[in-house]
Design a protein around this ligand. Structure first.
Ligand SMILES: [Zn+2]
Length: 116
């Protein structure tokens, strides 16, 4: 996150896991230090929450459905997926060429990707 300060009602471009793209979001809650703690996607109404600038949970808005998790696919940070067990998730970190961290609801799980 940049060192910008945000206030409630600000519009900010954020990665939206439901839209699977950068979208304008409206800040719904911010800390005293101006960090976003909750933002809603203007396009799909998906809600993202943050703790100290780190995304801690996502909820699916009415955006297009994410594509199913595919271990042979290469994921990048911010991409969305649906998992047959865990549900809707968002890639929060690409650890290496074979491992990703994906946030499902408020739980992060480690998955593999880029498998031949
Ligand atoms: Zn969205």
């Amino acid at each position: 996150m940049k060192a910008e300060k945000f206030a409630v009602g600000d519009s900010v471009m954020l990665m939206c896991s439901s839209c699977d793209d950068e979208q304008p979001h409206t800040v719904q809650a911010a800390t005293k230090l101006g960090k976003i703690s909750k933002a809603v996607c203007d396009t799909c109404e998906g809600v993202s929450t943050f703790n100290r600038g780190v995304k801690t949970s996502v909820s699916v808005g009415k955006g297009k459905a994410a594509s199913p998790y595919d271990r042979t696919r290469k994921y990048r940070k911010g991409q969305a997926m649906t998992h047959s067990v865990f549900g809707h998730g968002e890639v929060t970190a690409v650890l290496d060429v074979q491992k990703i961290d994906v946030l499902f609801g408020d739980k992060t799980r480690r998955l593999i990707h880029g498998q031949e």
